[in-house]
Design a protein around this ligand. Structure first.
Ligand code: 5GP
Length: 208
């Protein structure tokens, strides 16, 4: 298998799994210096109070989303809850060609589509330690109405029941944030040591 230069890392979890906090902690300045970056998706949902356009998401209108979808701008797109989400293709391709690590926060459908398009991608599923803890975290978030929370909980439950049908490589149980972050980091870093990921030139230096 040809070794790709950059790495695509899919991080998927139900709401309340802690994926956003993990992604944020992963991108320390030392990681950024090594070319680690976060894929900023497009979405039709409205920004939450603490979110900024182009930082968490590109917040766009339905019509703009559809226009981008038509021109094949997205590597994958999906409907999650009632909104549309899409991963832009350009930044992923640039990382694959130029090196670095692109971290994608997508739902399980997105994970499947990305794996189909980029078979070398590493797919990590993050789960809360229990359903009771998930409920507690969703409640503690305080940014949503009770009805929205209920919908997220139902979607999360479905994803937790079904995630094994999807082709994930790793399961990280997020009981403690610091441990989960170091586990995800270890997964990404050790992936470079897989025999099939060692470039031909490097291998030649070793084996002559
Ligand atoms: P939220 O609205 O809470 O930020 O995200 C809702 C869900 O959409 C999460 O499971 C998140 O991983 C997923 N999501 C975010 N961006 C994308 C994307 O570009 N593609 C797909 N398929 N899912 C996404």
């Amino acid at each position: 298998m040809a070794a790709t230069k950059g790495k695509i890392v899919i991080i998927s979890s139900p709401s309340g799994g802690g994926k956003t906090s993990i992604c944020r902690k992963l991108l320390t300045s030392s990681q950024k210096r090594k070319g680690w970056q976060f894929s900023v998706s497009y979405t039709t949902r409205r920004p939450r109070p603490n979110e900024r356009n182009k930082r968490e998401y590109h917040f766009v209108r339905d019509s703009d989303f559809e226009r981008l979808e038509k021109i094949n701008y997205f590597a994958e797109s999906a409907r999650v809850h009632i909104y549309r989400y899409g991963t832009p293709r350009g930044p992923i391709d640039r990382v694959i060609k130029g090196g670095g690590v692109m971290i994608l926060d997508v739902d399980v459908q997105g994970a499947k589509s990305i794996r189909e398009a980029y078979p070398d991608a590493i797919a990590i599923f993050i789960a809360p330690p229990s359903l009771a803890e998930l409920k507690r975290r969703l409640k503690g978030r305080g940014t949503e109405t009770a009805a929205q929370r209920r919908m997220r909980f139902m979607t999360a439950l479905k994803e937790l029941k079904q995630f094994r049908k999807y082709d994930f490589d790793y399961l990280v149980i997020n009981k403690d944030l610091a441990t989960a972050v170091s586990q995800v980091k270890a997964i990404i870093e050790s992936d470079s040591c897989r025999i099939e990921k060692i470039g031909k030139e490097q291998m030649k230096k070793i084996t002559g």
